[in-house]
Design a binder for this molecule. Structure first.
Ligand SMILES: [Fe+2]
Length: 391
């Protein structure tokens, strides 16, 4: 299977992973054959990309790190908690959190993660632009817990970390939607208002008896930065609660790898480099390292060009070898299709490395060769922490 941008889908392609809407209803099942009307519908819903089954790649299947059911239940819970508010009422309605339900969601995620032999993040979570806040909260929770497990946290700490990470942006319910979703640059006043979501979040969570103080500190401190450049209080280093430091790291990673209204997603390998470069500057290096151990720089299904010019698709990545995936080679350096696609493990074949990734819309068939998709006009703006406080 391979990830393809919705704009590059062609009728006849076969869906490799079920596509859901924000309510958790299946839009298209695994195995569905795309028709022109389906493609238009996906475009209208703002779904950026889907996984398709690829004749050349064969039967490559990749599992999500938590079960589909757990993720859907979590997104639904967050949608019910945060959604359905209009701008006007947002600041005036006290938010009641069903702490029991939140805890159940976090316990389910922890149990799913504990069941897995390996915690490699190997799949790009595809979400519609509209669902960003809900899907982002759930992803931040999952990624924070993966990091907590890597750092060998106790189950009790994992629960507090998970609840804090899931609710880290709950204060955004007090910030008008038109500001949160504004495509352009924010004015100074708008920026300050968005920054206040940390304090709002803390206040909301302190009102809930069952939410611990450390979970509430995640909401307050997740935009603090290791070198003191963050907000709201400009805390430094160890002054920032470790749970908030973890959430800060994974929040940035997840925001970078998602399409936003004001920029396209960065590929995981670029987000990886950005975070690795931020270690011990804006983020705690120990935590960045613990998190990145579990991140595949080239998630399964990514088409890559190797240093010798051969083209292939990533089929997996072993833990600790984030940049050395297993690649199923499809085309020789000459551009000729491989008669029998074969697998090359870059972790053990050190003469080869990934030279570049090919855009998600790249079409590859044995008959016609591969056609690299035209540049998708991505806006690779330099990431500026000050410019977008909600990222
Ligand atoms: Fe935030």
């Amino acid at each position: 299977m391979r990830k393809i941008a919705v704009n590059d889908l062609k009728p006849g392609m076969v869906v490799a992973r079920a596509i859901y809407n924000a309510e958790g209803q299946v839009l298209l099942n695994k195995g569905a054959v795309l028709k022109p009307t389906y493609i238009i519908h996906l475009q209208e819903l703002g779904i950026p990309a889907v996984y398709i089954r690829d004749a050349m790649v064969g039967d490559l299947e990749v599992d999500d790190i938590v079960s589909e059911q757990t993720r859907l239940e979590a997104v639904k819970t967050m949608k019910e908690l945060l959604g359905g508010r209009t701008d006007r009422e947002a600041a005036h309605v006290p938010l009641l959190i069903n702490s029991d339900r939140i805890q159940r969601v976090v316990v389910k995620i922890i149990d799913d993660l504990l069941e897995r032999k390996e915690l490699m993040l190997n799949l790009i979570d595809i979400r519609a632009l509209d669902d960003y806040t809900f899907a982002h909260s759930v992803n931040v929770c999952i990624l924070a817990l993966v990091t907590g497990l890597t750092l060998r946290f106790s189950r009790r700490d994992l629960l507090h970390l998970g609840v804090g990470a899931l609710l880290h942006d709950v204060g955004k319910t007090c910030v008008p939607l038109h500001i949160l979703n504004k495509p352009g640059k924010l004015t100074m006043e708008e920026y300050e208002l968005v920054c206040r979501h940390t304090q709002y979040g803390f206040d909301i969570l302190r009102m809930q008896k069952e939410v611990s103080l450390v979970s509430a500190r995640v909401a307050l401190e997740h935009h603090e930065r290791y070198n003191g450049s963050g907000y709201p209080r400009g805390l430094k280093g160890e002054e920032i609660h470790p749970f908030a430091r973890i959430t800060g790291v994974v929040d940035v990673y997840d925001a970078l790898t998602a399409d936003r209204v004001y920029r396209r997603a960065y590929p995981p390998c670029e987000a990886y480099e950005m975070l690795a470069g931020a270690g011990n500057y804006t983020h705690d290096y120990k935590i960045v390292k613990a998190f990145l151990t579990n991140v595949a720089a080239y998630p399964a299904g990514t088409m890559v060009r190797l240093n010798n010019g051969a083209i292939g698709v990533v089929t997996g990545t072993a833990r600790g070898h984030s940049h050395q995936p297993q690649v199923r080679l499809l085309f020789h350096p000459s551009g000729e299709p491989c008669r029998e696609p074969y697998d090359l493990d870059l972790a053990t074949n050190l003469d080869y490395y990934v030279d570049s990734i090919l855009p998600a819309g790249t079409i590859a068939t044995a008959e016609e060769g591969y056609k690299v998709a035209e540049d998708d006009k991505r806006d690779y703006r330099v990431y500026n922490l000050g410019e977008r406080p909600d990222s």
